[in-house]
Design a protein around this ligand. Structure first.
Ligand SMILES: *Cc1c(COP(=O)(O)O)cnc(C)c1O
Length: 233
């Protein structure tokens, strides 16, 4: 694996190419560097090379790293346990993994306590209906969205998915297309003044297909920082 700066160049180039291929502007896609399990030194290298958005999937790790680099934007991309909400709520730019009403209740409660205006969140969708995955099942989504509207501290900004692990990016393209359609459906459903405009989808294996189908955030770990020593999912 090359070094982080070269990898970032390569990933940025691939993002631009994928955008070009469907007539999108590269500015429409935010690269989230998924730094889970990686040392802060790696993150600082990326930061010095203009990377500003970082994704973590564990609360403790996110908080430690955020304390070192509070100027970066920290994205919580992993399943968030209810009892960790209060620790992380005011440390993150965006929660990508809103996946239960119980979690929503907890976010509402602590956002009130901390006097936050709101938390920006994405609804995680279990797009392929996989047993092993977190996320809302498609048939429960309309109800879930309706219920969420009761929580004024939760701002729904869009959708997120973790698509199946595939070898070729295009194998997930139909699922990404479906995500875009679901997002459109939901936006009709929401009040006119809502801010639903984020589609977080695409990882090292499949981000090009995700961009072609409208991803506005891609979450890329191994293609930037190299393989992870242990599986932290
Ligand atoms: C680890 C992780 C990623 C990044 O995965 P790579 O395959 O290393 O790019 C993206 N999203 C989530 C939710 C993750 O947990």
């Amino acid at each position: 694996m090359g070094n982080i700066v070269e990898n970032l160049d390569e990933v940025r180039y691939r993002i631009e190419k994928a955008c070009d291929s469907v007539g999108r502007k590269k500015e429409e896609v935010t690269l989230i560097a998924v730094s889970k399990t990686k040392p802060i030194s790696d993150i600082l290298t990326a930061y010095d090379y203009s990377q500003r958005d970082f994704g973590e999937n564990k609360v403790v790790e996110l908080i430690e790293k955020q304390a070192v680099l509070p100027d970066a934007k920290w994205h919580m991309i992993g399943h968030l346990q209810r009892n960790k909400v209060k620790k992380v709520l005011d440390k993150i730019t965006l929660l990508h993994s809103l996946d239960s009403l119980d979690l929503a209740v907890e976010i509402q409660k602590y956002a009130e306590k901390l006097k936050l205006d709101f938390l920006d969140t994405l609804i995680e969708i279990n797009i392929a209906g996989e047993e092993s995955k977190f996320g809302i099942d498609l048939n429960k989504l309309p109800y879930f969205v309706d219920e969420l509207l009761k929580y004024n501290k939760i701002r729904i900004r869009g959708l997120m998915c973790v698509a199946p692990n595939v070898k070729k990016s295009d194998e997930n393209r139909a699922l990404f297309c479906k995500m875009r359609e679901i997002m459109l459906d939901i936006s009709y459903h929401l009040p006119h003044n809502s801010h639903i405009d984020i589609l977080s989808m695409g990882m090292s294996n499949d981000f090009e297909a995700a961009i072609k189908e409208g991803a506005t955030m891609v979450r890329i770990g191994s293609d930037i920082f190299g393989r992870r020593e242990y599986n932290s999912n």
